[in-house]
Design a protein around this ligand. Structure first.
Ligand code: ZN
Length: 165
């Protein structure tokens, strides 16, 4: 049974950037488990895995448009500290994430604090992998039909059912 929409697929993977630097990996003993065909993974990976059989290995190059999107310099912002509510100031630190509206579209977006300097907070709404050409080595290590409940929720459930309420 090859990988197709509505199946729960387990994959081992190795992700490297265009310089061959390892970014992330998961082995067959701790695979990534996802529901195929529901945009749970970036398009480049789901396309590469479509119709692959259990046990097969596939490598793919993923450009930003099939990955984490183009890098948008307009989303790198310097925000004066006093624009954050006073009672949140002691929670602000490098690496902290928060939701805020996109400066143009107003859509809710996840921002990450990259630097605190004086009265300024340097934030970015870009995904850490935005604008990067990514290389994936993928190995399919499990395929099963999703249950109706999993299809409804749009994600796979573990042995204990839905892991969230
Ligand atoms: Zn669920």
């Amino acid at each position: 049974m090859p990988v197709c929409k509505g199946q729960v697929v387990s994959i081992a993977y190795k992700l490297t950037d265009e310089n061959g630097l390892l970014i992330d990996e998961a082995g067959t003993d701790d695979p990534l488990v996802y529901l195929h065909g529901y945009n749970n993974l970036i398009a480049g990976i789901e396309e590469a895995l479509q119709d692959e059989d259990d046990g097969s290995s596939v490598s793919c190059e993923v450009a930003p448009d099939k990955g984490y999107g183009a890098y948008d310099e307009n989303l790198d912002l310097i925000v004066p500290l006093d624009q954050f509510p006073e009672d949140q100031h002691d929670q602000l630190a490098e690496g902290v994430q928060f939701q805020a509206p996109h400066p143009e579209s107003g859509e809710s977006l996840m921002f990450t604090i990259h630097k605190m300097e004086g009265d300024n907070v340097y934030v970015s709404g870009n995904h850490p992998l935005a604008g990067k050409n990514l290389s994936f080595d993928l190995e399919v290590c499990g395929i099963r039909d999703a249950t109706e409940e999993e299809i409804q929720h749009g994600h796979p459930h573990g042995a204990g059912g839905c892991g969230h309420s």
